[in-house]
Design a protein around this ligand. Structure first.
Ligand code: ADP
Length: 264
């Protein structure tokens, strides 16, 4: 009998109160299995970024514990386990070419140059901007800059990709294209992703599971599996199933706003 692999990340009773007394996150339990696309959905201020930072190991919980691949520290999982992060702003160095920007984390970890260059070429191809390697960031549109930011995270071959509202600042058309491409990339590469958004439609389109969060204090109120086949194209966006998922999640978010949920 083969054992299930440990969760990529597991949180047990994890809570966060900031030093100014803000209770950003009440105790939450969460486990992300390999290959899942989990989205944290909720209004501003409900603790999505706080939870994502805890999952990234960038913040320490006030209570509870986290485990990454079954180990108690995100840094004790060995060099073969990597966490990549993408934020709302592409945070590219404006004076450096796209390829140099994407190579930066590999340079910082001392990867041999030829190896790093090959990884950069692969990552840029995967996000569809292979021909822009030698451009400066300002020569790219907002959507392409975000593709470069995703390439930078992918170049390190992450075992877990964390994305904090990466497409929130983009226009709706660009956002939908990037959502489609991200979903295809997730399937092709077998990625494990935790994604943050306040867009119900984006959550339904992308995810295998959506966690609805509420505020004061931030907490997980509901979980909904988006058990729909891949690929998900425009037909899925226009389908009755898409509308049903969106309605159900919208009802959760509304009820949370109205205070109809008791704290978990
Ligand atoms: P979201 O990502 O859902 O918008 P956040 O996790 O950013 O929510 O914030 C949750 C709550 O914690 C908010 O009330 C926010 O103002 C507060 N908060 C976030 N970061 C800090 C911080 N560094 N210090 C104090 N309060 C913070």
């Amino acid at each position: 009998m083969t054992e299930d692999p440990p969760p990529v990340v597991a949180a047990h009773g994890v809570a966060k109160t900031y030093s100014n007394g803000t209770e950003a996150l009440a105790p939450v339990d969460l486990a992300v299995a390999p290959g899942e696309f989990v989205t944290l959905l909720g209004p501003s201020g409900c603790g999505k970024s706080t939870l994502l930072n805890l999952i990234a190991g960038l913040a320490t919980p006030s209570a509870g514990s986290l485990a990454w691949w079954g180990a108690p520290s995100s840094r004790s999982t060995g060099p073969e386990r990597r966490i990549g992060c993408v934020f709302q702003s592409p945070t590219l160095m404006p004076w450096s070419r796209v390829a140099t920007n994407v190579r930066l984390p590999l340079d910082l970890e001392g990867r041999p140059r030829a190896d790093a260059d090959a990884a950069v070429v692969r990552a840029l191809e995967q996000v569809g901007i292979g021909t822009f390697a030698h451009h400066l960031p300002r020569e790219l549109s907002g959507g392409m800059q975000m593709r470069a930011s995703i390439a930078r995270a992918l170049a390190g071959e992450p075992d877990l990709l964390l994305m904090d509202e990466p497409f929130g600042a983009l226009d709706e058309f660009t956002r939908q294209r990037l959502d489609s491409d991200l979903r295809a990339l997730w399937a092709a590469r077998g990625l494990t992703i935790v994604f943050v958004t306040h867009s119900i439609q984006e959550a339904v389109f992308l995810s295998t599971r959506v966690l609805v969060m509420g505020a004061r204090p931030g907490r997980i109120l509901a979980s909904r599996a988006i058990d729909e086949a891949h690929p998900r194209g425009e037909q899925f966006r226009a389908s009755t199933r898409f509308a049903q998922h969106s309605r159900a999640l919208s009802d959760c978010v509304m009820a949370a706003g109205a205070g109809a949920f008791a704290p978990a």
